[in-house]
Design a binder for this molecule. Structure first.
Ligand code: FDA
Length: 307
């Protein structure tokens, strides 16, 4: 029952100030967000790729409130892409972006987010890599899918994320499971009402399997975003049943979570991509990681008390 309370706190400015100012927060944050600058995250990318892992990089940030911030988000990604190109990491590192960081919620936000994300997708394509659009709360998704479709006209390799907890997602998966598409399936990390989303964990897992089956039997490239051992095993089995080779789908997990499993899957010959977030605006991302596993919150609170 802690999860929904933490997710509510993830959107509270008051809680943001309290959590960000606490002296013990930083070491706990670092487990999930291992750097604040490009220079700090590049060695992590090099280390992961040296271990046979692939990477998707997320400059943390969301729900920005000014047009200037949306331009700063675009520029942060462009700077990152420049560094990746310089170091020859364009082949193994792709990018994940949240459209709310590109201005999607501002007035005229759909067009603004599209105008900001397009140069990022263009720059990524120029160095041989690509961008995946993260899925945020359900009210943003029609705009996200429309931007995805628009970008795919010129950059068909642009990916998107679908969330198993939403009732709409099976239909989205059918639409997206077409040739050339790249779709990451995840359980879903936001606080969603019962009118639009399953609330029960078992129901979400069952929906995840149904949707993954649609993706595996389709013609696109499924990206299995989960740390759940049961879903990983089911993913392998569904891929086998669909006759997919090891390079015709991939696993994705978050940096700092089940790291030994990243290595195990890579050692088995799977493509394994580590979602690596960095930057200073880490609050929302960090709180969702706490909400996913209450033990993380207890660890965090304990370190506050024992400090
Ligand atoms: P589940 O939550 O059942 O966890 C399975 C096991 O994994 C746990 O028992 C625990 O061992 C471990 N684990 C999971 N989360 C942990 C945590 N925070 N700390 C420590 N251990 C943890 N969501 C979204 O709404 N939009 C998006 O765009 C994305 N993008 C995304 C990318 C990638 C690569 C991943 C892996 C996940 C996302 N998510 C996301 C988050 C996703 O929706 C979901 O909240 C988390 O992946 C947790 O769900 P699991 O499938 O891991 O299962």
């Amino acid at each position: 029952m802690l999860g929904p309370a933490i997710l509510a706190a993830s959107r509270s400015d008051k809680m943001r100030r309290i959590v960000s100012a606490a002296p013990v927060t930083k070491p706990v944050v670092n487990r999930f967000i291992p750097g604040e600058t490009v220079d700090q995250v590049i060695p992590i990318v090099e280390d992961l790729t040296a271990k046979g892992l692939e990477v998707t990089l997320d400059v943390v940030g969301e729900d920005i409130t000014t047009v200037e911030q949306s331009h700063a988000a675009r520029d942060a990604y462009l700077q990152l892409i420049e560094q990746l190109a310089h170091l020859g990491l364009g082949e193994t590192a792709e990018m994940s972006v949240k459209l709310s960081m590109f201005g999607q919620a501002l007035e005229g936000g759909h067009e603004l987010a599209l105008a900001n994300v397009r140069p990022v997708v263009e720059a990524a394509a120029a160095i041989g890599t690509t961008v995946t659009l993260d899925a945020e709360d359900h009210t943003t998704l029609d705009s996200m899918f429309a931007i995805h479709e628009e970008l795919r006209r010129d950059f068909p390799q642009t990916g998107c994320v679908i969330q198993a907890y939403l009732f709409r997602t099976e239909a989205d998966a059918r639409r997206l499971a077409a040739a050339g598409s790249r779709v990451r399936i995840v359980k879903g990390a936001y606080k969603e009402p019962a009118e639009v989303a399953y609330q029960d964990k078992a129901e979400i897992d069952k929906a995840y399997v149904r949707i993954l089956k649609i993706l595996m039997e389709g013609e696109g490239y499924p990206m299995i975003g989960s740390h759940d051992p049961r879903l990983i095993a089911i993913g392998q089995e569904l891929a086998r049943q669909a006759g997919r080779k090891l390079d015709e789908y991939e696993f994705q997990m978050l940096y700092g979570i089940r790291s030994e499993e990243h290595l195990r899957l890579a050692a088995e010959g799977h493509r394994m991509r580590v979602y690596t977030a960095y930057g200073t605006d880490w609050y929302g991302y960090f709180m969702r990681r706490l909400a996913e596993k209450p033990a993380n919150l207890l660890f965090f609170l304990r370190s506050m008390i024992t400090k």
